[in-house]
Design a protein around this ligand. Structure first.
Ligand SMILES: [Zn+2]
Length: 213
């Protein structure tokens, strides 16, 4: 059976890492809408320029653009055995759109508490010069407050400050509640405890994917 998987989890849940690990283990592509956006912006495609304008003016990429990109991507050959979709769907509308053209077999949530998300993101430090990202508990710089690579000052990005994180978590929960209900009714919703180690989360995710028959 195909492994058509949607993966979701709050910021700090490590879902990107898990998506990559499972993508390798099961040889199905990891498709991140964020990556597709960034790629298009980098290559200055027509789409990329459109997206860049939206992002620079503080707007979200509208559903019709995101939907089209995802639909096109999922129809490529490398998705014939399945895929792990990361960052999409975020809303009920997007989930309904997705189900209108493809059969999803698993909607997997990597769950961490808000407290943990705030802590994990709060421990993130970014170099003000080169943009390198550190993490105080598992990727600490050699010298406190100083970038290993360029000796720039390490800062907490505005986006990583507690107030911004709380606001994003609120939005996440509001949207995800609808998604969970939708996929729960379809009988394909599963949840993994994201508070375990990366390896344990990976094992738990792997077991669930293996059980898709
Ligand atoms: Zn640096």
């Amino acid at each position: 059976m195909k492994k058509n998987i949607v993966l979701f989890g709050p910021q700090g849940s490590g879902k990107g890492t898990q998506a990559q690990l499972s993508s390798k283990a099961f040889r199905i592509p990891h498709i991140s809408t964020g990556d597709i956006f960034r790629q298009n912006i980098k290559e200055k495609t027509e789409l990329g320029q459109k997206i860049e304008k939206l992002i620079n003016s503080g707007k979200l990429v509208p559903d019709d653009i995101t939907n089209e990109i995802v639909k096109e991507r999922l129809q490529k050959d490398d998705c014939s055995m399945g895929f792990i979709l990361d960052g999409f769907p975020r809303t009920l509308n997007q989930a309904q759109f997705l189900s209108s053209f493809i059969n999803i077999n698993l909607a997997l949530e990597i769950f961490i508490s808000d407290e943990e998300a705030i802590k994990r993101i709060g421990d993130r430090r970014t170099c003000s010069k080169c943009g390198a990202v550190y993490h105080l508990t598992h990727l600490a710089p050699r010298e406190e407050g100083v970038c290993d690579k360029c000796y720039g000052d390490l800062i907490i990005r505005d986006d990583d400050k507690e107030k911004s994180v709380k606001k994003r978590l609120e939005t996440y929960h509001k949207q995800t509640e609808d998604l969970i209900n939708f996929y729960y009714k379809e009988g394909i919703y599963k949840k993994v405890d994201g508070m375990q180690t990366i390896a344990d989360v990976n094992n738990a995710v792997g077991e669930i994917i293996k059980s898709l028959t």
